[in-house]
Structures are given as structure tokens and as C-alpha cells.
Design a protein. Sequence first.
Length: 404
Amino acid sequence: MYDWVVLWEWVEIAARWTHVITAIAWIGSSFYFIALDLGLRRTPSLPPLAHGEEWQVHGGGFYHIQKYLVAPEMLPEHLTWFKWESYATWLSGFAMLVLVYYLGAEMFLIDPQVMELQVWQAVAISLASLVFGWLAYTMLCRIFVDANQTALMLALFAVLVAMSWFYTQVFSGRAALLHLGAFTATIMSANVFMVIMPNQRIVVADLKAGRVPDAKYGKIAKQRSTHNNYLTLPVLFLMLSNHYPLIFATEYNWIIASLVFLMGVTIRHWFNTHHARKGNPHWTWGVTVILFLVIAWLSTAPMRLHPAEASLTGPAMRYADAAGFDEVVGIVQGRCSMCHAAEPGWEGLHWPPKGVVLETPTQIAHEARRIYLQAGLSHAMPPANLSYMEPEERARIVAWFRGG
């Protein structure tokens, strides 16, 4: 019988790979069209109703692109829609959220020292927060519909800061920052699904019916697309944050996450200004570096590495009771705990890799699946086998896990 843990690992790999592929496609097309839109020029040779044009060269050929601010007089025979990149990115990301954080809630989502939650409660909070994000953002867009867009972005930033703090009060640090990224990505994808695409369909329907489309639909869609443009880089940072304890496991992780949004704005401001041929505001890179240094400084605060000592329940209890557990505890403490300790004994390490602490039997039982995959089935740990784990010891880890 095929090892279910291995099978499940490959399901996660497939979902993650799909998520990365679709995200590259969505971000690539989004950045391209923003740059194209900002670089359009008005020339005397433009056809009627055209807003601007751009000549580009790529792959040995020249491209002549024209944009109609509302729509051309007639609907073209072939029209390419850019939507599935966004939908597939969100769906595959949500699949990852379910596979890793919902089904692995006791390990990745819930931290008893942050808040005592049942699995169903943590999942309910997660889902409700994603829905709340879209509703709050939509309400802000309606309130500030006629206001300066900077005011809208400041209001959205206030919501993001509040959510940064909220998530760190209910979830583990790793899950908190990941959820802030999912919260923002949900807004971005919902912009495409709920606003941009419906507005474009209205314009297409008007063209087919011989009516002149209302310019407001394109204006609203452009606004939401611009918001997505400024939110993309922070989302990428937050999605990668779970690999780095200096980001998610620090006392001020919610402030770090908040400042990341400001870095996203400064970086995109430079690119957007450059693409619009309005200069090169190099000061934005100086501000970005300062923000990054502040984040690095904040990360040196006491790390929130909570050893899983509250209780042994569910899968952890099974592994603690499985045959050979005492022997595995000795193996892990002898081969792994010099690094995976609250205060690592390995020279040059100042915190446990990935925030994983393996000093006590309880901690080792909670990390059974990781130990099995990293040191049992594979030779990923110890790195370069620096602590000389023997093949027989790896075999004992495998036998213990499968017995649990």
C-alpha cells in the first residue's frame, strides 16, 4: 500500500506548483498591462475613439498596440479575455490553505499560547475573515468613490494594519502572516471576478446591441486593476514569509507585515512612474531600503517560538504511544536538537530553523510528520548529514511513524 503521507505530500506539491504557475501568469499579465497602459502615447495617426498606442519589440518581432478607452465602434471577431489566471491563482491558493492550514490546523494554524481554539473555530474565523475583507474593501470603494484615490488607499491600509494585528491575536505567527496574504489576495481576485469582468461584459453586450458603452465601467475596472497592481508585491512577500521565522515568529510580526505594504507601494510607484515616462523617482528606493532596515531591526525582538507543550491530543498522542517512540526521541535529541532548540547549540545559529523546536518528547511527537519526511524517508535532515544520522536510525524513524 502506497504511503499515505507520501501521497499527501505530493498532493500538496501539485497544488503549490499549480499555485506558483498560475500566480506567475496572473502577475505577469497584470504588470505588463499596467506598464503598457502607462506608456501609451497619443499620436495624430490614431483611429477614431482610440486613446493611445505603443510600439514594442520582443522575440525578433514588432508589436503595434492600440487602446480604446471605452470601446471600438465594432466588436472585434477575436477578443482575448484575461481572467482565468486570476481565478486559478485564487482557487489553487485556497486549495493550499485547506491542505496545509485547515487539515493541519493543530500544527500550523492553531497556537494554544496565542488563543485556545478548536479546529472548527479556527477554520470558521479564517473563512469569515476572507469574506469580511472583500466586504470591507467594497464598502470603502463606495464611500470614497468620488474622493481622492490616495484617501481610499490610506483607508485600505488602515484595514490591513488592523487585520495584521487581529490575525496575530488568534493564529500562530506562521498562519497569521499567510492569512494576511490570503486576505489581500482574495480582494484582488474578487476585484477581477466581481467588478472588472462584469464591467467588461456590460461593454461587450452594449457593442453587440449597437449601443455606445458607458465610460464609467472602464473607469471603475481601471481603478480596481490599479489597486491590484499596488497590492501584488506585499502578497508575494507574505506568501513567502512562512519560510522565515525572522518574519513570522517575532514579537512585532504584525508591524513587519504592515510595513511590507508600504514597501510594495514605494517599489510600484517607481515602476509606474518610470513606465509613464514621468521620470525616475529614485527616492522611492531610499524609502524602501529604510523600511526594510526597520523591518530587519524589528525582527530582532524576542522570537515567539512557542514549544507545543500544552497537551498531547489527536495524531500527536498516537505517535507518542507508538512503539519505538522512546528510541526515536533519543535519536532526534542526539542528531537534531543541537539546532532545533529554543537556544541552538550549533555555532552560527541564533534561532531554530523554520521555528521548529525538538527538545522534548512532546515537541517531537507534534512534529512527527516532518521528522518522518525530512529525516526518515528523505535525507533532507540533518543538512549534509552533519550530525551523522545512521541509516538504521532513519529506518527506526520510519517504523515508528508508520506504527503510529
